[in-house]
Design a protein around this ligand. Structure first.
Ligand SMILES: [Zn+2]
Length: 207
């Protein structure tokens, strides 16, 4: 009886996570995109692509923002390995044009750009969002407060750099589903911390 209570309590406290929940796929500088990862893409209006499963809520979030006079604009979304490499090559060339050696240029570039297979953009679940009218801060503020209701999180918060390995990026949003996003928002958790927490909960329950 007491055991049952503990199990029920755990389900109540933590969102129930199915094993290998696609919404929680973790890609960061320590963890590459899973081998053979496949994504069904949907095209956005301005030539960007996202995982088709996140499109309805992304659209709903943008509609809600616009109704409040906030005009978000997707400026980057899905990128494949080739595009990710292209970004790196371009930055390296820019640094080399400024006199950096190839190695120094590469080192400098990798401080802010993830190498292929290590960018969350390759999941199709991440979007960079700015403002249509130039007022980026208003968009960041609105999204920071409301995105979780549509299943998105501020993926790289200012106070979580040690956990995420990425500097503060108020424009980068990651879809994790409404339930997970709301929990992370309310408990101030990074995706890294949350994935670890639910992983532990899963193994506790299966004992
Ligand atoms: Zn991004």
């Amino acid at each position: 009886m007491r055991y049952l209570f503990v199990v029920v309590l755990m389900f109540w406290v933590w969102p129930v996570v199915a094993e290998e929940d696609w919404q929680l796929v973790l890609v960061n500088q320590w963890q590459a995109l899973p081998e053979g990862y496949e994504v069904e893409l949907t095209e956005l209006r301005n030539d960007f692509y996202v995982d088709e499963r996140i499109y309805p809520e992304l659209q709903a979030m943008f509609d809600a923002a616009r109704q409040e006079g906030i005009y978000p604009l997707v400026v980057s979304a899905f990128r494949d390995e080739t595009e990710q490499q292209g970004i790196i090559d371009e930055r390296v060339n820019n640094y080399m044009a400024q006199g950096y050696s190839w190695q120094a240029a590469l080192d400098e570039t990798l401080r802010t750009v993830a190498p292929p297979k290590y960018s969350e953009h390759e999941t199709g679940l991440a979007v960079d969002i700015n403002a249509e009218n130039g007022d980026d801060q208003a968009v960041y503020d609105w999204l920071a407060e409301h995105a979780h209701a549509y299943g998105f999180i501020v993926r790289y918060p200012a106070d979580k750099v040690a956990e995420t390995g990425i500097d503060y990026e108020p424009w980068h949003f990651r879809y994790v589903g409404v339930e997970h996003a709301t929990y992370m928002y309310e408990h101030d958790l990074s995706l890294e911390a949350y994935v670890e927490m639910v992983g532990d909960a899963d193994s506790d329950l299966s004992e």
